[in-house]
Structures are given as structure tokens and as C-alpha cells.
Design a protein around this ligand. Structure first.
Ligand SMILES: Nc1ncnc2c1ncn2[C@@H]1O[C@H](COP(=O)(O)OP(=O)(O)O)[C@@H](O)[C@H]1O
Ligand SMILES: N[C@@H](CCOP(=O)(O)O)C(=O)O
Length: 318
């Protein structure tokens, strides 16, 4: 489960004293997620009970990026986009410190992520991603992608020090892909704020519709079609990493019903799909090699992400 930094009820109460949210009556660790520590927090104010997420940002989340990430969600939520609003403390800020970590209180959103989305769900998720891109177009914040080609190189170099067995052979394939792709972001494509981790577990559904997009902590400035390539790579493949053509088509159809791609974006999509497959293979491989069993987080499988490259390369060659 993703609790890297434990928080006691008393510590949460002291932290929440800086907010105007009432008294903390319950604090429960959230088992999902792999990056940050998350607790579900319940407060009582008069007869009203309210739920929030208390997030402690762990080492891999650069604190300097948080004004961008929280600012983006506030911008989107303020314009009716389904995502959680970060809650302001009494001084109007979004960030405090708790147990040595930057910490924030975020609006709780109802809904659950879908393990087996239907084609209609795929299309709905695609349409919401396009809405995200459109709604974020007036957002002034800028952040370079923290997991761009320079980071892929750095992570692969670190992996070389610890990889053995299956991980070594995956690393060889990663090296080949790094050499082939070089910097895949040189085309002149429409750029804006992107989510950059638009996976099914970050999209909550309720009554057949998207109720919330969460987890904007990889959010950054980048080509919009790269965000689509990431999302297609996350939604359109089975557990073994094989393409599911109908799911891919449904997601892209949903996206393009709201924001049609330009010819240049359409042409760039297979190459950026390869880039997306490489990006998540490298981070998963790194996290598996350097996995700390005491953290109780289950590392994700890099091999199934690498396999997605076959699809994107076949499309590119076609
Ligand atoms: N605003 C929210 N409303 C409801 N549940 C949330 C919210 N934010 C996070 N969660 C829950 O916490 C889990 C982990 O959150 P996430 O941001 O994905 O963590 P991580 O950054 O560690 O990957 C999610 O899968 C979801 O169950
Ligand atoms: N989505 C990434 C890992 C990041 O995890 P999240 O819990 O922050 O979405 C992957 O699948 O590799």
C-alpha cells in the first residue's frame, strides 16, 4: 500500500488546525498509488461531515513542481472540469509541511476506476482527455516534462548498475529503443498542459460517466498528442501488452469527437506511442530493480509496457 510516511490521527489534527475544515474524526490509509502517501480524511463541522485526501509528497515528486500541478487542477476544477480542487489553508496556500514532507489537502471525489472499461467507457475517457486539453488552454503555468528523454537516459544508466536476469534483457531492449528514438519531441506540434499519467487508475467513473481525473503530479507542458499517446498506451492494451484494436479505436474516437487531431499530430502519433511505451517501461524497470520491500508497494511490470512498442512500430512502418 502507498503509505511511505505514516501520519497519526493527532499529527493530522495538528496539521488540519491550519485549515478551516472542522475537526478531524477519521484518518484512513489509502492502499492504491505508487508515488505519494495518501490518506482519506474525514472532518466534522457542526453536523456536516466532509471527506478529503491528505497527500504527503514523496521524494520523487519535486516540490518545486507542486504549484504547477495543484494550480492546473485548481484551474480545471474552477472551469467545471471533473477533477479535485486543492483546498486552501487559512493563509490561502495549498501546501504545508507534515512529518518532513510537503503536504496538501485535496477535495475527495466519488467514483471508482474501471478494471474492464467497455468501449463506451473508453470513448468517454478519450473525450474527457480532450476536454482537459481544451480547458487547460488558458492555464499560464509551465513545467518541463520531469520524465522526458534526459530522464529516460539517467534512469537507464542507474538500472545498468543493478539489472540482472530478465531485467538485464529488458534493459538491453530499452537501450535499443533509446538509440532508435533519440529525442522524439522535435516536431512542431500543438503544445499545452498535459496530464502525462492518464491511466485507468487515475480516472474515476460513477454511473457510467467520468466523475474525476486525479493524480496530476506528472502533469507538465508538452505536445497534446503525446498525452493521447500515453493514454492510448494505458487504455488500449491487454494485461500481456497486446493491442486491443477496438479499445484503441473507441478511445481515439472519443478524443477526436471533442478535439480532432491535425494531420501532423496524426502522423506523429505512432512515434509518440513508442515514446510513451519507452517512458513507462524505463520507470517501471527502475522501480522494480530498486524496489524496497519494506515500502509494501507492488512494482508494476515493465515487460508488458515494452511490448506495446510492437504495435506502435508496426503502425509507424505501415
Ligand atoms: N481526490 C481524490 N478523491 C478520491 N480518491 C482519491 C483522490 N485522490 C486519490 N484518491 C485515491 O488514492 C489513490 C492513490 O492516489 P494517486 O494520486 O494515484 O497516488 P499516487 O500519486 O501515489 O500514484 C487513488 O487510486 C484513489 O483511490
Ligand atoms: N501509471 C504509471 C505509474 C504511476 O502510478 P500512479 O499510481 O501515480 O498512476 C505506471 O503504470 O507505470
Amino acid at each position: 500500500m502507498a503509505v511511505f510516511t505514516p501520519v497519526s490521527l493527532d499529527e493530522a489534527r495538528r496539521f488540519l488546525a491550519g485549515y478551516d475544515l472542522g475537526e478531524v474524526v477519521e484518518l484512513a490509509a489509502i492502499a492504491e498509488g505508487v508515488e505519494n502517501t495518501n490518506y482519506r480524511l474525514e472532518t466534522r463541522q457542526g453536523s456536516a461531515r466532509r471527506r478529503f485526501v491528505l497527500t504527503l509528497f514523496e521524494a520523487r515528486t519535486d516540490e518545486a513542481s507542486l504549484p504547477f500541478c495543484l494550480g492546473l487542477t485548481a484551474h480545471l476544477a474552477g472551469r467545471g472540469f471533473p477533477c479535485p480542487t486543492p483546498i486552501e489553508d487559512r493563509s490561502g496556500g495549498w501546501l504545508g509541511r507534515l512529518n518532513g514532507r510537503a503536504a496538501a489537502v485535496i477535495e475527495w471525489k466519488t467514483g471508482a476506476w474501471l478494471r474492464t472499461p467497455s468501449q463506451a467507457d473508453q470513448a468517454a475517457a478519450g473525450a474527457v482527455l480532450a476536454r482537459l486539453h481544451q480547458t487547460a488552454s488558458g492555464f499560464a503555468g509551465r513545467r518541463d516534462n520531469p520524465v522526458g528523454p534526459a530522464m529516460w537516459r539517467r534512469l537507464a544508466d542507474r538500472c545498468a548498475a543493478g539489472a540482472s536476469g530478465e531485467d538485464r534483457s529488458l534493459l538491453d531492449q530499452v537501450e535499443a529503443a533509446l538509440a532508435r528514438l533519440d529525442d522524439p519531441f522535435t516536431d512542431d506540434l500543438p503544445v499545452g498542459a498535459i496530464h502525462a499519467d492518464y491511466f485507468p487508475d487515475n480516472i474515476l467513473f460513477e454511473e457510467g460517466a467520468v466523475s474525476a481525473v486525479i493524480d496530476f503530479y506528472f502533469g507538465c507542458t508538452g505536445p497534446l498528442v503525446y498525452d493521447l499517446a500515453i493514454a492510448l498506451s494505458a487504455w488500449g492494451f491487454d494485461a500481456e501488452g497486446r493491442a486491443m484494436p477496438e479499445a484503441l479505436a473507441a478511445f481515439q474516437r472519443g478524443y477526436e469527437a471533442v478535439r480532432p487531431l491535425s494531420e501532423a499530430e496524426r502522423a506523429a502519433l505512432p512515434r509518440l506511442g513508442e515514446a510513451a511505451a519507452l517512458r513507462f517501461t524505463v520507470t517501471r524497470l527502475h522501480d522494480r530493480i530498486f524496489h524496497d520491500p519494506s515500502k509494501l508497494v507492488t512494482p508494476k511490470d515493465p515487460a508488458v509496457f515494452l511490448r506495446r512498442m510492437d504495435h506502435w512500430r508496426a503502425l509507424e512502418n505501415a
